[in-house]
Design a protein. Structure first.
Length: 147
């Protein structure tokens, strides 16, 4: 079962991800694909996407790959325990997307890998993360949105 992407994006319409402008392109059990229209505010002094923007996109996509919840008015949350990043390319303005895949895990801790690609499918970053489900998020039904 896949979720309506507008409903998925609304779950993250506050906080740092909203400030950066992430949107969901796909979200289902074990997989999350997020997109970002890169604007001048996302660039570093060399006019390339800032590494912090890419790392944040990696973090959110990896966590979401393990926290899918099909109910629009409910959410599952995770915290990042560790994350590794390998920068493999550069990109300027345009559209980038992060593909997060849950790879392993138990009832509370899970691991995800993430690839971030530019609009020409050039690999920009490879990463992986270990995440812990927050209390109340162990059940796939999640918890009510608290805002």
């Amino acid at each position: 079962m896949k979720m309506d992407m507008a409903a998925a994006t609304r779950k993250f319409d506050y906080g740092f991800p909203a400030l950066l402008g992430f949107e969901f392109l796909e979200w289902e059990e074990g997989r999350a694909v997020l997109g970002l229209r890169v604007e001048p505010r996302h660039l570093n002094l060399a006019d390339r996407v800032h590494g912090g923007v890419l790392a944040t996109l990696l973090d959110v996509a990896g966590a979401c790959a393990g926290t899918w919840c099909p109910y629009p008015d409910r959410i599952r949350k995770a915290i990042t325990l560790s994350m590794t990043t390998t920068f493999t390319g550069q990109s300027g303005l345009g559209y980038i997307r992060a593909i997060g895949t849950r790879r392993a895990g138990g009832s509370r801790i899970f691991n995800s890998t993430v690839d971030i690609l530019d609009e020409n499918d050039q690999l920009l970053i490879i990463g992986e993360g270990t995440f812990r489900l927050r209390s109340g998020s162990e059940d796939p039904r999640g918890q009510p949105l608290d805002r």
